[in-house]
Design a protein around this ligand. Structure first.
Ligand SMILES: [Zn+2]
Length: 89
């Protein structure tokens, strides 16, 4: 994965460093390492129904998001305490 600018063919784009940072943060918060990192085609974005790229957690809430909605909401969600629990990568 590169950290190139976002495009429809590269939905993660420049969000990759932020995702990596959030995964490291999740590992610190959950030292037991129970971070599932694989989502399937059956996992759908809770906002638009597209295949989910990321699962975000803020107990007791779970949200699945496509790359598009992740990108729209990630910064605000991190500030609210959401963490990334899973991704497709
Ligand atoms: Zn979506």
């Amino acid at each position: 994965m590169s950290a190139d600018a976002w495009s429809p063919g590269n939905p993660d784009g420049d969000m990759v460093p932020l995702l990596q940072a959030s995964i490291e943060d999740a590992k610190r918060r959950h030292p037991s390492g129970k971070i599932r990192i694989i989502l399937t085609q059956a996992d759908r974005c809770d906002k638009c129904g597209a295949p989910a790229a990321y699962r975000l957690q803020k107990p007791p809430h779970l949200l699945d998001m496509c790359g598009h909605h992740w990108r729209e909401n990630a910064t605000a969600m991190f500030q609210q305490g959401w963490i990334v629990q899973a991704g497709r990568h």
